[in-house]
Design a protein around this ligand. Structure first.
Ligand SMILES: Cc1ncc(COP(=O)(O)O)c(C=O)c1O
Length: 390
């Protein structure tokens, strides 16, 4: 049977970010051409390619859907960084592991270099940890709802997912996590604190209970920790050799487009995770900008304070709306539910050029949308558009 007859007249759309690659049946492919699929792991064939629903960036778009920092770096700083980079040789590889950045992070965090791995975003580090730990049938425990990537990575590596629902108020169910971990003995427990998309944190005392009452390696993804008034798990890093902390420059540090994330753990665990890591993933440009930002602590802190204020502003305005349920958040975003269908409200806001995130397909979040704190102007644009449709 030919590809054409089987899929007659249809297009297969492969979405990759905003680019749509169209494989048309007019290529005259035959099913025989597709026989290679038997070599693709069944677990991969079942996965969906990651895509973000929305619209490309434009000056009119109020973009509050990816928990980014609303502020770019100051213009003069960008120019200075580009001029510095102009003088560097582009034909040479960067360090296998970016030594200058590791030194700067080591100083900033008061931790030895051997406790840190830097990478092209913390997403890369999640995959690296997956390579080091997850094989066929390896059990991995995650609370749900949480960041989509954890489940995907477990599936990519053919691991077994153990899902523990949050409590009905969307807080971490620590007792249930410990109970499930003691029964199932997962190699890995992944906790996102503050958690996306719920915005809630797990207490350090509870992380310690999980570490003390199980023997799993525990990851705390602290992508949003800078927006929280709760302490970081870094405060207990020296006590636990099974603890991994993930951080990113994508949120508080305004560098989502330059891709820098890092991992903290005790040196013995770091030395194992480094083994499967793809070398050279941190490019010289991004590394030097991250170093510069570590020296601009006042600027970063001022922006964090602003975002926290705007989160409070959004919370106040959303909770004052008739028919809206909004949850408090330790992060730079909020989730809320209205009487309207989430997908309809999402589309209506988009028709007003306001892009937020429909999270209604996550477990326990039926009807919910997520919005991140932008500038006051952006937040007002969102609130105005929302009021129009409520
Ligand atoms: C929980 C969580 N971890 C990690 C990331 C991404 O981090 P990075 O940009 O460093 O890959 C995100 C981004 O949205 C996130 O929500």
């Amino acid at each position: 049977m030919s590809f054409r007859s089987r899929f007659s007249g249809r297009e297969i759309l492969y979405k990759h970010s905003n680019i749509k690659t169209r494989f048309l049946t007019s290529f005259g492919m035959t099913i025989k051409n597709m026989a290679f699929l038997k070599h693709i792991k069944p677990s991969i064939q079942k996965l969906e390619t990651y895509s973000v629903k929305g619209r490309p960036l434009s000056p009119e778009l109020i973009k509050l859907n990816q928990n980014e920092n609303p502020f770019d770096l100051p213009d003069e700083l960008k120019r200075e960084l580009i001029e510095d980079f102009y003088r560097q040789p582009w034909n040479r590889y960067p360090d296998v592991f970016p030594m200058h950045l590791l030194e700067a992070l080591s100083k900033h965090l008061n931790l030895p270099i051997e406790s840190i791995i830097a990478a092209n975003g913390s997403n890369e580090l999640m995959y690296t940890i997956g390579m080091a730990i997850i094989g066929k049938g390896t059990k991995v425990l995650i609370p749900t709802p949480t960041f989509f990537l954890y489940e995907k990575i477990v599936r990519v590596f053919d691991g077994e997912l153990i899902e523990v629902p949050m409590k009905s108020d969307l807080s971490f169910d620590v007792e249930a996590i410990i109970r499930a971990a003691q029964a199932e003995k997962p190699a890995l427990i992944i906790l996102n604190s503050p958690n996306s998309p719920t915005g809630q944190s797990i207490l350090i005392a509870d992380i310690e209970r999980i570490l003390n009452e199980t023997d799993s390696i525990v990851i705390i993804d602290e992508a949003y920790i800078e927006f929280s008034d709760k302490p970081s798990a870094a405060t207990i890093l020296s006590t636990y050799d099974r603890l991994i902390i993930l951080r990113t420059f994508s949120k508080a540090f305004s560098l989502a487009g330059l891709r820098i994330g890092y991992l903290l753990a005790q040196p013995v665990l770091v030395s194992q995770i480094l083994k499967p890591k793809i070398p050279f993933t941190v490019n010289n440009f991004s590394a030097s900008i991250a170093i510069k930002l570590l020296q601009k602590n006042d600027l970063v802190q001022e922006r964090i304070r602003y975002i926290i204020q705007q989160r409070a502003y959004l919370y106040k305005n959303l909770s004052g709306q008739n028919g809206i349920t909004v949850f408090r958040s330790d992060s730079n975003f909020l989730i809320f539910k209205s009487k309207n269908e989430a997908s309809v409200l999402f589309e209506r806001l988009l028709s007003e050029n306001v892009l937020i995130r429909d999270v209604s397909s996550y477990p326990m979040l039926n009807g919910f949308l997520r919005v991140n704190a932008g500038t006051e102007f952006e937040n007002n644009a969102f609130l105005t558009a929302l009021k129009k449709y409520l």
